[in-house]
Ligand binder design. Structure first.
Ligand code: F3S
Length: 387
């Protein structure tokens, strides 16, 4: 991979240790992906923020790199492992909180926008269509390529961090391609109604497709939250970085997603008939979903604990609209800055079963916290858990 003089100087340490480490990471990735050069990016989104996911080694690395590094492009960060304001009230262990706060302090010192969300494209990281970006967090990267018209590979926490510092990414894979062609077409037979159905389609598609683009035949248009759910399901089981809607080329392998595949996918995921607590917001609940939940409730209240995970940005917008007050009175508890799947809070709930409306949430909550998770759409959750 060719480097400019400036990039070589960065690699050799002229701009400090953090920049040199960052260029070394990009250099290695560039060599592996046979990139010819680095290109500029307009934004980064970095994962690896929750202490649960990076541990002491990650904490040490970030603290050290923040001593000499600075982000050079607009950079948002994924959720942490706790609500940064309410952690005490929620019962998070102070020892855990101290480590999480050290990670947060390192990211802020590097210049991160304090977004702490996997929904950066709702209000906090909105690059111009066609921009090259470096986004970790699979659901956000797939959504960026498929819906926002951005170009990103599914970056790791380390490559996105290196990109945030240098403002560069190797010119490889999605950054090189203008006209994407699917490697596989999935013919969608049943009518999909609501975000859960799209999540199931994504979860299924990830299992049957390779890392190339996926074409969906039979979906002419899609709402933002349906696309978010599709991206999250796809990112959970597969390696593909993008999908195309209403695509029907010839000569490409075709598989079907019928009501049978939909039911089987749901049966595979759902391990309980009901949940002792309700957990919503993986990926983080959007303003539209919070609004929708309020409408579905129609004055009813949750009869059990209902936690809603969202970004502090979305929380602020929902609060301005009076939704937070109304939903809190309906028994909802909002948790910001945090990921339901990678937080000690789930263990503190002390329940055997959880119910959620997200395929990704269902998959990871079960895996991480060894509780049985019931998967239902939001309407059914309200019907069965409110009065
Ligand atoms: Fe977001 Fe955590 Fe789910 S980062 S997509 S809420 S696993």
């Amino acid at each position: 991979m060719d480097l400019t003089r400036e990039e070589e100087a960065g690699l050799d340490g002229k701009y400090g240790e953090a920049t040199s480490i960052a260029y070394n990471i990009l250099w290695s990735v560039g060599q592996l992906t046979e990139a010819k050069r680095l290109i500029d990016i307009s934004s980064a989104h970095v994962s690896g923020v929750a202490y649960n996911t990076i541990g002491d080694a990650g904490l040490k690395f970030l603290s050290s790199i923040s001593e000499s590094g600075k982000f050079s492009v607009h950079t948002t960060v994924n959720p942490t492992g706790m609500d940064l304001n309410q952690w005490k009230k929620l019962g998070i262990d102070p020892g855990y909180a101290e480590k999480q706060q050290t990670i947060v302090a390192a990211y802020l010192k590097l210049g991160a926008i304090p977004s702490f969300t996997c929904l950066p494209y709702e209000g906090v990281n909105v690059p111009k269509k066609g921009s090259h970006v470096s986004w970790a967090e699979t659901s956000a990267a797939i959504y960026a390529n498929s819906i926002l018209g951005l170009k990103t590979n599914r970056e790791s926490a380390l490559t996105a961090l290196a990109s945030a510092i240098t403002g560069k990414i190797p010119l490889s894979d999605f950054h090189k391609t203008d006209a994407l062609k699917p490697n596989i077409i999935i013919k969608v037979h049943p009518e999909l109604t609501g975000t859960l159905d799209y999540g199931l389609l994504g979860y299924y598609a990830g299992r049957v497709a390779d890392e190339g683009p996926i074409g969906f035949e039979g979906i002419k248009s899609i709402k933002n939250d349906e696309a978010k759910s599709l991206s999250a399901g796809l990112g959970t089981t597969g390696a593909s970085g993008t999908f195309l809607l209403d695509y029907e080329p010839s000569g490409v392998e075709k598989v079907s997603f019928t009501s049978t595949e939909k039911r089987r996918t749901r049966d595979d995921l759902s391990r309980a008939d009901q949940g002792d607590n309700v957990v919503l917001g993986c990926p983080h609940y959007s303003l539209a979903e919070i609004t929708q939940l309020y409408k579905i409730l129609k004055g009813r209240k949750f009869t059990k604990r209902c936690l809603i995970f969202c970004s502090r940005y979305t929380f602020g917008k929902a609060n301005d609209l009076g939704l937070i007050g109304n939903l809190t009175r309906a028994g909802c508890e909002f948790v910001c800055d945090s990921c339901p799947d990678f937080t000690p809070l789930m263990g503190l709930l002390d329940v055997d079963t959880i119910v959620t409306d997200s395929c990704k949430g269902c998959h990871y909550i079960h895996k991480q916290h060894s509780v049985d998770v019931a998967l239902m759409d939001t309407n059914q959750i309200v019907e069965e858990n409110c009065k």
